[in-house]
Unconditional design. Structure first.
Length: 56
């Protein structure tokens, strides 16, 4: 899931950008010798980014 927003009119010199991302990742850990499942790993990070810009 990805959401982003830009605040303010486009003709102004200043800009503010907010970006929020959520990633759902998972993996199984298996032995190379026989393929037996040893463990499972779940990663569910939320990434938040803020950007500020100014055009000269």
């Amino acid at each position: 899931m990805h959401r982003s927003a830009r605040l303010g009119p486009r003709h102004h010199r200043a800009a503010l950008n907010l970006d929020v991302k959520y990633a759902k990742l998972g993996s199984d850990v298996k032995l190379a010798a026989n393929g037996a499942k040893v463990s499972a790993v779940q990663l569910d990070p939320m990434l938040i980014g803020v950007g500020v810009g100014y055009r000269f």
